[in-house]
Write a protein that binds this ligand. Structure first.
Ligand SMILES: C[S@@+](CC[C@H](N)C(=O)[O-])C[C@H]1O[C@@H](n2cnc3c(N)ncnc32)[C@H](O)[C@@H]1O
Length: 390
């Protein structure tokens, strides 16, 4: 079995004794540590940051985010409620976004919290992007070595027509999912910071996989994770259903390459392919389960409708569709709407408002599913389960 950690050790050793050239691109960047620094190992399921410097800077930004989401976040939410109370406005009522902005945009506490959160994420992405590009030879070689290894497989499609709506730097990620060879690396470390330690061991994906609804007859032979990204959900599903064939598709080749390399590290067999969720290329009635995690708030409503129809086509009768994403059932009010708008505007979540206005249950019904909406008003995520008619 290929293991990238041993690959890095061997290449570092060879570079050290002069049999492999050190990376020219890394040498060209001043102030960088040598590219052949010894690997720093892993903490459980996550490869440690490649340098202490990077780890320290990330740790600092994680602390800033923690504060922005913690004490400062609470103060900011309280400011919204205070402003509404001062104007004698009902905090439970919906509010047009222009009205909300006129009330909240100039407030220093709200502004400070938002600036801190967004700048932390921006800076976080930038330092990762800079590091991996400065050491590109080494990290591209690692990916290349993994591409053809197993367990599991990787299918890339360099000729794919990448839809325009995916060509954005969603949530401020440099180059987005499709325009940066290190999108997977950046996504993994940056989301670990976003989860503030709560997903370093894939805890979230493992718990979501454990809670995934299954077909009533209990038969689970084939599972598809759409918008799999770096494959954490797909890997967790394979661990829950070791006898099933698990597939993960995504539009972003760099995301899949990193996901495949990581699945190899974890010795989990997942089949990754660069395919579109709206046109998967799988046969009719093929899967027992089609799932996804936080993809739908990043696609336009029109694409969502196509993806629902495609999920229905490739599921077998009685198969289950479970698209996990932000909760449509939590009450719409000024606080929530202002938050969604800021995510859209400042975090570059292009399709966030379209997602918020979507009728998920009706959309899934129109695509042919019988729908069981178990969403809890207070939960972060919707729990809407679609079953294909038997
Ligand atoms: C927020 S990420 C979620 C990744 C992953 N599911 C996770 O658990 O972190 C959304 C993913 O959906 C992918 N995506 C967006 N539109 C897609 C489409 N039409 N077909 C396939 N993948 C798509 C993106 O490339 C990205 O990797």
């Amino acid at each position: 079995m290929f293991n990238r950690r041993s690959f890095v050790s061997v290449s570092s050793f060879l570079a050290g004794i002069g049999l492999l050239p050190a990376s020219k691109s890394a040498q060209a960047k001043s102030g960088k540590l040598p590219v052949d620094i010894a690997p720093r190992g892993a903490k459980g399921r996550t490869e440690r940051h490649p340098t202490l410097d990077l780890e320290s800077r990330q740790d600092f930004m994680a602390g800033v985010t923690l504060f922005a989401n913690g004490e400062l976040g609470i103060a900011s939410r309280n400011r919204v409620l205070d402003i509404l109370a001062a104007k004698k406005l009902n905090p439970q009522k919906e509010m047009p976004i222009d009205e909300a902005r006129a009330l909240f945009d100039g407030d220093p506490v709200i502004g400070m919290r938002d600036r801190m959160w967004h700048s932390a994420h921006n800076y976080e992405h930038d330092i990762l992007d800079e590091y991996f590009h400065a050491n590109a030879d080494k990290y591209l070689a690692e990916l290349e070595a993994a591409d053809k290894s197993g367990p599991g497989t990787l299918e890339l499609n360099p000729d794919m027509k990448v839809p325009d709506y995916t060509r954005h730097e969603i949530h401020q990620q440099p180059g987005g999912y499709v325009g940066n060879p290190f999108a997977g690396h950046i996504y993994h470390y940056a989301t670990n910071m976003f989860y503030r330690g709560g997903n370093d061991q894939d805890q979230r994906h493992i718990s979501y996989a454990a809670a995934c609804p299954t077909p009533a007859d209990g038969s689970v032979k084939r599972i598809l994770d759409i918008g799999t990204g770096i494959g954490q959900f797909a890997v967790a599903l394979k661990e829950r259903f070791p006898d099933a064939d698990v597939h993960g598709i995504d539009v972003g080749a760099p995301m899949l390459r990193y996901g495949h390399m990581r699945a190899i590290d974890l010795d989990v067999e997942v089949h990754f392919a660069q395919r579109l969720a709206e046109e998967t290329g799988f046969p009719d009635n093929h899967f027992d389960m089609v799932v996804s995690y936080i993809m739908f708030h990043e696609v336009p409503a029109e694409a969502t409708r196509k993806i629902y129809a495609e999920a229905n086509r490739i599921l077998r009768p009685g198969g289950v569709f479970y698209p996990m994403d932000f909760n449509h059932a939590s009450p719409r009010n000024a606080l929530r709407q202002y938050g969604e708008w800021k995510d859209h505007r400042w975090n570059n979540e292009r399709w966030r408002l379209e997602y918020a206005s979507l009728d998920i249950v009706e959309g899934m019904r129109s695509a042919g599913f019988s729908v069981d909406d178990q969403s809890d008003k207070k939960g972060t995520f919707a729990r809407v389960i679609g079953t294909k008619a038997a």
